[in-house]
Design a protein around this ligand. Structure first.
Ligand SMILES: [Zn+2]
Length: 252
């Protein structure tokens, strides 16, 4: 087993609760006024090797704030833009605990606006030491997308939801080294497979295409036979066939 790096001192309380208001200005002078909701960190087993690695590798508040602002910029215009609507997520709690798998996100509250991201301490403990921070930031970014994305009123395929989360991760330069573009049989195979298909659509139809897909998942109950035609004038299976062909032309 890989030796665990020495931890930085553990904060007096493992519960961090900060609210950020960020006012960034881009080179065109446009102001982004996205606000980060209440963010919290709960570590359920501070003695777990994964907890020490997490605390040594990242500043949890910076990690969650940066990831939230990055995903909001990718999936939404500025809040004043009437074209897109940021969901009313009011708080996100990151819970580090010893669970199987990598991570999952759940919502609570009347509006489903209180989110919990459960992240596996055992998974964190076994990340390649050279990329602990990148992998933590990548997983947190992916899970935070689930806290702020739409799902076609529960009707969108899971593969599309996972694909959007990994498309954001891809655009934040946080894709893990094992990701490579390859074509699967189904457009909604999910994760990076669907993420690369979404990136193809973003290139084909222009900047903001995935943002439009997400917004349509807000306004419409997802129905595959009309969703893609209304957006792009074509069926998803035809778009995916074109994607598959262009990929094969490039790689053969
Ligand atoms: Zn996911």
């Amino acid at each position: 087993m890989t030796r665990i790096p020495e931890p930085t001192p553990v904060p007096p309380s493992a519960h961090i609760n900060r609210t950020h208001e960020n006012h960034n200005q881009d080179q065109n002078g446009n102001k982004d006024n996205f606000s980060v909701p209440d963010i919290q960190l709960q570590i359920r087993d501070l003695k777990h090797p994964g907890a020490k690695r997490f605390l040594s590798a990242v500043d949890a508040a910076d990690c969650m704030t940066t990831a939230t602002l990055n995903l909001l910029k990718l999936l939404y215009h500025t809040p004043s833009d009437p074209e897109t609507t940021v969901p009313p997520t009011s708080s996100v709690r990151l819970i580090l605990e010893d669970i199987p798998g990598v991570a999952y996100t759940v919502g609570h509250g009347a509006d489903n606006n209180i989110k919990e991201i459960h992240f596996s301490l055992s998974y964190i403990a076994q990340i390649n030491p050279s990329r602990v921070a990148d992998e933590i930031n990548g997983v947190v970014t992916h899970e935070l997308v689930h806290c702020f994305q739409y799902n076609g009123h529960g009707a969108a395929p899971g593969g599309l939801i996972e694909g959007i989360a990994d498309w954001v991760r891809l655009h934040c330069n946080l894709s893990p080294p094992h990701w490579k573009q390859e074509v699967r049989e189904d457009w909604d195979a999910g994760y990076q497979h669907t993420a690369y298909f979404l990136e193809y659509l973003e290139q084909l139809f222009g900047h903001g295409t995935v943002r439009r897909i997400n917004d349509k998942l807000r306004s419409n109950v997802y129905a595959e036979d009309v969703f893609w035609i209304e957006l792009f004038g074509r069926e998803v299976k035809d778009l995916f066939a074109e994607y598959t062909k262009s990929f094969q032309d490039l790689h053969n």
